[in-house]
Design a protein around this ligand. Structure first.
Ligand SMILES: C[S@@+](CC[C@H](N)C(=O)[O-])C[C@H]1O[C@@H](n2cnc3c(N)ncnc32)[C@H](O)[C@@H]1O
Length: 215
């Protein structure tokens, strides 16, 4: 009898090697245990713990929010008085909070700013973005796409943030990063580039923080 080699996990439909890597991953297991929808939640938590750019009562926009790990972290920090809006091209399963809203939308769509503004109760205190493209494995291409999406996120932040608001976005290392940092510096009083501990060391991803929007 011929044996078919199992390459994909029967339930998750991902490569078995990837499934094993995830199972061994510390933050993946921690997220499962603590009921976060993504291991990415810890990247945001670690950044906020260090730079305090989200506070109780804040209005926050989360771009590229599916499946909702960052939304869970944000809701915990802003509490009942705050407001969180998640945007993604994919539908997000409801989180079950009366002050967490989600919409299906594309950050590259020119109508997205109008849609976000129409929903927010007031200008946002913080815009965070974990938007990322499907990675092709071609470094230059992935870098260029990521910076393009980060620029779109910056445009959205500049149109929806209140004076002195904060911005946090994922970028990939590469040639275009320096220019993007210079661009963010024009709009924010302080700019930092960080690699949270929860971000895999082998990944090219970094996060850019823009503090105190100049308006
Ligand atoms: C790394 S995941 C975000 C994980 C999320 N922060 C969490 O903790 O659950 C990146 C997300 O970006 C979304 N995305 C990619 N391109 C997008 C676009 N043009 N507009 C909106 N969302 C996009 C993807 O659908 C994906 O859900």
């Amino acid at each position: 009898m011929r044996c078919r080699r199992l390459t994909h996990h029967p339930v998750n439909n991902i490569l078995v090697s990837e499934w094993l890597r995830r199972k061994r991953d510390y933050y993946y297991r921690k997220a499962k245990k603590e009921s976060y929808r993504s291991r990415s939640a810890y990247k945001l938590l670690q950044a906020i713990n260090r730079y305090r750019f989200v506070e109780l009562g804040d209005v926050v926009v989360d771009l590229g929010a599916a499946p909702g790990g960052w939304l869970q972290v944000l809701r915990k920090i802003v509490g009942e008085e705050g407001y969180v809006l998640g945007v993604d091209i994919k539908e997000i399963k409801p989180l079950g909070y009366s002050n967490v809203f989600t919409i299906v939308g594309d950050v590259t769509d020119p109508s997205i700013v109008g849609r976000i503004k129409a929903i927010l109760p007031r200008p946002a205190d913080v815009v965070v973005s974990d938007v990322s493209p499907n990675v092709s494995g071609i470094w230059e291409l992935d870098h260029a796409r990521q910076i393009e999406l980060a620029k779109k996120s910056l445009d959205i932040a500049c149109s929806t943030l209140t004076d002195q608001g904060n911005f946090f976005a994922k970028v990939f290392q590469g040639d275009m990063l320096r220019d993007f940092i210079e661009q963010v510096k024009r709009y924010f009083s302080e700019v930092r580039l960080i690699k949270p501990k929860a971000s895999r060391p082998e990944s090219a991803e970094l996060y850019l923080i823009g503090l105190r929007y100049k308006g």
